[in-house]
Design a protein around this ligand. Structure first.
Ligand code: PHE
Length: 502
């Protein structure tokens, strides 16, 4: 059976950029920058991005492209003990998309209400009261929230029709869903330059608060954001690369993806901070005051700012349309690892049907987040999956690629097929920098979570978060249990020219 392929190299790059550029760039990155001292956040972020996230991206593309299989089989073929790392990535991506789609459902509800600017009177009550209809605490499920449930069903239908034919349909969709939101962001940028107060916003964004750089928390947040934004450590990029030909470029595609993603985050920061500057101007307060609200940025602070502008309906509609189109290609990329893993296991299964079942299952898990306590659960699962699963998966891949398989053997393959050369620095990044830094981050995070229960949630609720870490890790370990007898790696066979063994 021949593996499905992207229709061209450009389509692959668009799909990779589409996956990387998502809600994380426009919503998460700016609020982190605001929260952790503006310009000073940018430095740890850029460092983590270049010395850790991008090397892992190169690694994932190399593994997927070389192995031509989904995450579990690819990693298992490199070394039998590492299939479980692939499984961890697949399950984690699935857990993420179950709530990522819910955030998109909120965007859809806002889009539908945009022209009426329904939130204008009190954006905070609108978000928590009208849209989420949030309950008093995580113990109170409060039943399903009808509109969110309906919107979530619509989002999953959209996701399904983007991916139902695998790389073929994804290839057609990304031609639109990647450039359109970037163009809309450009329009919002131009608009923001004419708002009074934009300069004060930019000042906060770009003025370093050096003391923030001494806090380990800033570095943890910066590293996690760098991984998240590049969609690495969730087996997504590995899966996408497995639909490329084994002799295609790796290094140049990785850098194009990484730099586009970074450029869009930085650019989005200018738009968001200009609008916050405007809001501070309108309310006669400081920009720091209006950014302080953190994650509510996209659904409380920004909508409020939009409602203050001339033509609020139009700009609100543009903003939420942008969020939806930004999110959709990240959402379907998160579904792909599960589909690829199942079709690897059951090649006779119809892939359109597998895609349908995976989407349905993720919708099913997402139902939890459409209850009136949904936001609390979403917050917990997001915290644990992003802080532990992604880091463990990256650590596993770095150990496999760097030590077990051998960074030099992989680099040789990368350089054999790539248009751009990858230097020896990459070996150091994969073998030393990534494992050492990630181990420190993991230990710090673990000690924080054990000392202070996350956000003060009750123990039973946090147990669910720990389960989201322990269950996939346990399944991964269980999977490799019987396979320890064969400890030799396939390095020698695999390090040979990929073109020769076609
Ligand atoms: N990279 C995307 C974003 O920044 C999507 C993503 C989210 C990928 C979470 C993996 C995990 O929004």
């Amino acid at each position: 059976m021949t593996r499905e392929k992207w229709s061209s190299k450009t389509v692959f790059i668009l799909a990779a950029v589409g996956s990387a550029v998502g809600l994380g760039n426009v919503w998460r990155f700016p609020y982190l920058a605001g929260q952790y001292g503006g310009g000073a956040f940018l430095i740890p972020y850029l460092i983590a991005f270049v010395v850790m996230a991008t090397p892992i991206l190169i690694l994932e593309l190399a593994i997927g492209q070389r192995m031509q299989q989904g995450p579990v089989k690819s990693l298992r073929q490199m070394h039998p003990a590492f299939g479980g790392v692939g499984l961890l990535g697949v399950i984690s991506a699935f857990l993420v998309v179950a709530y990522y789609a819910v955030v998109m459902a909120w965007c859809l509800l806002y889009l539908l209400q945009s022209f009426a600017v329904a939130w204008a009177d009190d954006p905070e009550t609108y978000f928590f009261g009208n849209v989420l209809q949030i309950s008093d605490g995580i113990g109170q499920l409060g039943g399903f929230n009808g509109p969110v449930l309906g919107a979530l069903a619509a989002i999953w239908l959209m996701i399904y029709f983007c991916i139902w034919q695998g790389p073929k349909s994804v290839g057609r969709v990304v031609l639109y869903t990647v450039p359109i939101p970037v163009a809309v962001l450009g329009v919002l940028f131009l608009r923001s330059l004419f708002l009074p107060g934009f300069w004060a916003g930019w000042q906060l964004y770009l003025t370093p608060v050096w003391s923030a750089m001494l806090s380990p928390e800033v570095w943890t947040a910066a590293a996690a954001q760098a991984f998240l934004t590049l969609s690495v450590a969730f087996a997504i990029m590995l899966t996408y690369a497995s639909y490329k030909n084994p002799d295609e470029d790796i290094a140049k595609s990785s850098w194009i993806t990484a730099l586009s993603d970074m450029a869009i985050s930085l650019f989005a920061g200018f738009v968001v901070f200009a609008v916050l500057g405007y809001m501070a101007y309108e309310a006669s307060t400081t920009v720091a005051e209006v950014t302080a609200s953190g994650p509510g940025l996209a659904f409380v602070v920004f909508p409020q700012a939009l409602s203050l502008m001339p033509l609020p309906g139009l700009f609100s509609a543009l903003f939420f349309f942008m969020l939806l189109t930004l999110g959709i290609d990240s959402a379907f990329s998160l579904v792909e690892p599960a589909i690829a893993t199942i079709t690897d296991m059951k090649p006779e299964a119809k892939s359109t049907r597998v895609a349908g079942w995976v989407c349905l299952a993720a919708f099913g898990v997402g139902l939890l987040y459409t209850t009136r306590a949904g936001l609390y659960f979403l917050d917990i699962i997001d915290h644990f999956v992003v802080s532990y699963n992604a880091i463990l998966m990256a650590l596993g891949m770095a150990l496999l690629g760097g030590w077990v398989f051998g960074a030099e053997a992989l680099r040789r393959y990368i350089n054999e097929v790539s248009d751009w050369h990858v230097g020896r620095w990459w070996n150091i990044a994969i073998k030393w920098v990534v494992p050492v830094v990630l181990t420190i981050l993991l230990a710090t995070q673990l000690s924080t979570d054990l000392r202070n229960p996350y956000e003060g949630y009750p123990a039973w609720a946090l147990a669910l978060g720990w389960a989201a870490v322990i269950v996939p890790v346990g399944l991964g370990l269980w999977m490799v249990r019987g396979q320890r007898q064969s400890v030799t790696t396939n390095r020698d066979a695999l390090a040979e020219s990929p073109v020769a063994d076609e």
